[in-house]
Design a protein around this ligand. Structure first.
Ligand code: GDP
Ligand code: ZN
Length: 461
């Protein structure tokens, strides 16, 4: 495939120590040679691939020195895009890096569209679609664990598994085909159906396994949405603060403020929590009053976990009981706070209301009990589960929806085969499953979907 030469800043914007302007395409080296001067005067054109060179950038129209740089030269196909790639390492800072980018653009490169480098890697066959999407997740990954999932996927873990499933389906289809074409060799139906059922059942159970990981995968990617709930003055803000202090927020630029609610990302024992903070709300107002019944219901509905805070120094109030009722069908942990004060709360009653959920006592004032709370959160998340790194996780919404479709068609195939539907009809469902799984790795997707996916990338990736 032939493409023009694209360029973009490929390091994050802001005050980095160095910044990189990346060029990719047939003319990448030629364009660089127009503006790069090495002390020896040697052209990049004459240099070996995968080498790095010190020198200056010169604006050929004025002969002014623009920057002092290191230039990496990488010829295709052993590059990210499989094309010739030149990376210009210049000083960080928005002004200087933009000057370099402008210079490159004036001398023949075109500004890359968001995700275009990755798109080229995909179109040039270096990575498949699920790997490309993993690159996108990686850029957005908020915790180490989420990063590992993304890395695993980029590495092709999901692609390999999907590949195995498709291979099994294709082999089954081929075998069925042979049996239909040469009926004289065997009793076709009897021979074919058990083979077909065995393979399809295996594919079905693998898809089910993958789907089981999907809720965790989503959580790893977006954080476990956690709402701190409780009456005014019980210690909600204190709890938020101690969780944030002990587990330094991971991505500060993402922790944004919406009009009503503040979100903080913390990493509790590898579990990413997106703490929905009602601490910005005035102490005298409760969350329901402030943001309205509807909105607070919605916040609660979207929560993966509730931390219900109670005051140990007061008796349980009607309002406390009402809160228990509101969250009775959700995952929650009860935090009985202020245990340093004389106890008035009836702990037995609390246990009763908690109905099997964990109850943790804390004194946030004395910094006691927070570790137990963190352990309880982690235990809830990993309960009965293998450590995240050992599994292939599906966290991408598009993948999840395709897997659901594939599960449906493969189940139809199995049902049909068991119910005596003719083999050539069952074949249609098997073929369809093969196609749907192919969409996950990008084998059977249309151009428009590809464009849409890649436009979601950050510029420069
Ligand atoms: P919120 O209204 O639920 O957010 O409660 P805050 O976190 O603002 O706390 C209300 C008051 O209780 C503050 O004066 C805190 O210092 C105090 N407080 C919080 N935790 C404890 C605790 O464990 N023991 C005691 N004695 N006071 C606490
Ligand atoms: Zn508060």
């Amino acid at each position: 495939m032939e493409f023009d030469t694209i360029a973009a800043i490929s390091t994050p914007m802001g005050e980095g120590a160095i910044a990189i302007v990346r060029l990719s395409g047939e003319e990448a080296v030629k364009i660089s040679d127009k503006i790069f001067r090495s002390p020896s005067g040697k052209k990049l054109e004459e240099e070996k691939s995968h080498t790095i060179h010190y020198g200056h950038l010169i604006d050929p129209s004025t002969n002014d020195v623009v920057e002092e740089v290191m230039v990496s030269l990488m010829r295709g196909p052993k590059t990210f895009t499989r094309e010739d790639v030149v990376e210009i390492n210049c000083h960080g800072g928005i002004v200087s890096v933009n000057r370099v980018l402008q210079l490159v653009l004036r001398n023949g490169a075109r500004l890359a569209e968001p995700g275009e480098f990755t798109k080229r890697a995909f179109l040039n066959g270096r990575i498949d679609l699920s790997q490309a999407e993993a690159v996108m997740d990686l850029i957005r990954a908020k915790t180490d664990r989420a990063m590992n999932v993304a890395l695993g996927q980029m590495d092709g873990k999901l692609s390999r598994l999907i590949g195995d499933l498709r291979q099994a389906l294709i082999e089954t289809l081929a075998q069925v085909e042979v049996n239909i074409d040469y009926p004289e060799y065997d009793d076709v139906e009897e021979m074919t159906i058990p083979v077909l059922l065995e393979k399809c059942s295996w594919v079905q159970s693998e898809i089910q396994k993958l789907l089981q990981t999907s809720s965790q995968g989503k959580i790893l990617r977006e954080g476990l949405s956690t709402v701190i709930l409780g009456r005014p003055n019980v210690g909600k803000s204190s709890l938020l603060n101690s969780l944030v202090q002990e587990n330094k927020a991971i991505v500060t630029d993402i922790a944004g403020t919406t009009r009503d609610i503040i979100e903080e990302y913390v990493n509790v024992r590898g579990v990413p929590l997106r703490l929905v903070d009602t601490a910005g709300i005035r102490e005298t107002e409760d969350i329901v009053e402030r943001i309205g019944v509807e909105r607070s219901r919605q916040v609660l509905k979207e929560a993966d976990l509730i931390l219900l805070v109670l005051n140990a120094a007061e008796e349980l109030s009607v309002e406390d009981e009402r809160l228990f009722e509101t969250i009775q069908n959700m995952d929650f942990i009860v935090v009985v706070n202020k245990t340093d004060l004389p106890r008035k709360i009836d702990l037995e009653k609390v246990e009763q209301l908690a109905n099997g959920r964990k109850v943790v006592t804390t004194s946030l004032l004395k910094e006691e009990g927070v570790i137990e709370l963190e352990e309880a959160i982690a235990a809830l998340f990993f309960e009965g589960q293998i450590e995240a790194d050992d599994l292939t996780y599906v966290s991408n919404t598009r993948h999840i929806s395709l897997l659901h479709q594939a599960l449906e068609t493969i189940s139809d195939a199995i049902e049909g085969a068991e119910g005596g539907v003719p083999v050539d009809i069952v074949q249609i469902d098997v073929t369809r499953t093969w196609e749907i799984l192919g969409e996950i790795v990008g084998d059977t997707v249309q151009e428009s979907l590809i464009n849409q996916l890649f436009s979601q990338f950050c510029l420069g990736k």
